[in-house]
Design a protein around this ligand. Structure first.
Ligand code: DAH
Length: 342
């Protein structure tokens, strides 16, 4: 007749076998939890074994205690393993659950400035202009000297230009690309140069120390101011619609003679006068003119043989007009609430 010690040892070992069977048939987290509570819980099987262990005579306790401890270690390791498996399966199920809302991927888009820049480039390339680029770090020669800008010209002032070491500076306009393009080839030259420019301006609603321009240049035999007007009109109408009119006002730039500033009729009020055009009916765009013969001298073009026109424009200004944006700084804040509107 076996004593309590043997009975307890037998129960411990059959509990282990039962646990093995039961563990083999659970998979849900809730089932695993129920199993854990039944074996390891405060009122569970193993707790019961321990309280019966306390009733045994002291000399029997080490052997039985070890058997119960082994059972407990085994059960809790198994429970941990089952839980880990269940958790990774649950994750896998979530990934493939077609009823869940799914991760939303925002669709990217081009920055509004780049969109406008692309549009400008498309219009000019469709009219036969090539696209040239030049360095943003320029030399005094290309940014000023070869453009016939004299040493005492205000745009050379320290207050306007970011000077770097030696002859280097951050280009203040895209006009130096004219010079670089003419140096590289003989006429005909028909190019635009989009790019970034820098000036020491304090940022406000219409100024930014970094901004974008597109430069244009056409040099060939017999190029006249009439060609310039034709191209600017075609550009204005492709960009803002057939109703747009243009006008040229006399102006001065060291690298063109004669020089002009050109305006578009206001795209908001169609010229009637509104807040955007300050009641003038016209929007100032930028400068243009016939390439000064002195500039041809720097690139070794014969001004008796060739003439050319040049023009510039500010990309931010055009984008602000096109999208009715009141503050240039919005372009550079990278606030998605702003950017996602375009
Ligand atoms: N470079 C001038 C500026 O930044 C713009 C400009 C005026 C460009 C007249 C031209 C031009 O090509 O002919 O203000």
């Amino acid at each position: 007749m076996g004593g309590e010690k043997e009975r307890l040892l037998a129960e411990v070992s059959s509990a282990r076998e039962r646990f093995e069977r039961e563990a083999g048939s659970v998979s849900l987290v809730a089932e695993i939890d129920a199993l854990r509570i039944r074996y390891l819980g405060r009122k569970g099987l193993i707790a019961d074994f321990f309280s019966r262990l306390a009733q045994l005579p002291p000399q029997d306790r080490p052997v039985v205690g070890k058997a119960i401890n082994d059972l407990r270690a085994y059960v809790s390791a198994e429970i941990d393993r089952l839980r880990a498996t269940a958790a990774s399966q649950a994750r896998a199920e979530v990934v493939f659950d077609p009823t869940l809302p799914g991760t939303r991927w925002e669709r990217g888009r081009f920055h509004p400035l780049l969109q406008v820049l692309d549009e400008i480039v498309d219009i000019f390339t469709s009219m036969g202009f090539s696209v040239e680029t030049g360095p943003e770090i320029e030399t005094d020669y290309y940014n000023f000297e070869a453009l016939n800008i004299p040493p005492n010209h205000p745009s050379r002032d320290l207050q306007d230009t970011f000077y770097l070491e030696g002859p280097h500076l951050l280009r203040t306009h895209t006009s130096p690309v004219q010079i670089r393009s003419m140096e590289k080839q003989r006429p005909p030259v028909r190019m635009i140069a989009p790019g970034r420019c820098f000036r020491k301006d304090t940022p406000d609603a219409t100024h930014s120390p970094m901004f974008h321009q597109v430069e244009g240049l056409w040099v060939d035999k017999g190029v006249t101011f009439a060609h310039l007007k034709g191209v600017i009109l075609a550009f204005a109408q492709k960009l803002f619609g057939k109703d747009v009119r243009i006008r040229f006002r006399p102006s001065f730039f060291p690298f063109t003679e004669p020089s002009a500033e050109y305006d578009f009729s206001c795209i908001m009020c169609k010229g009637a006068g509104c807040r955007i055009c300050k009641n003038t009916g016209w929007l100032e765009i930028s400068g243009a003119g016939m390439v000064d013969p002195a500039v041809f001298g720097f690139v070794d073009y014969d001004p008796e043989e060739y003439t050319g026109y040049a023009f510039g424009m500010g990309v931010e200004r055009i984008a602000m007009l096109k999208y009715q944006i009141g503050d240039i700084r919005l372009f550079y804040d990278n606030d998605l609430r702003f950017l996602s509107q375009f």
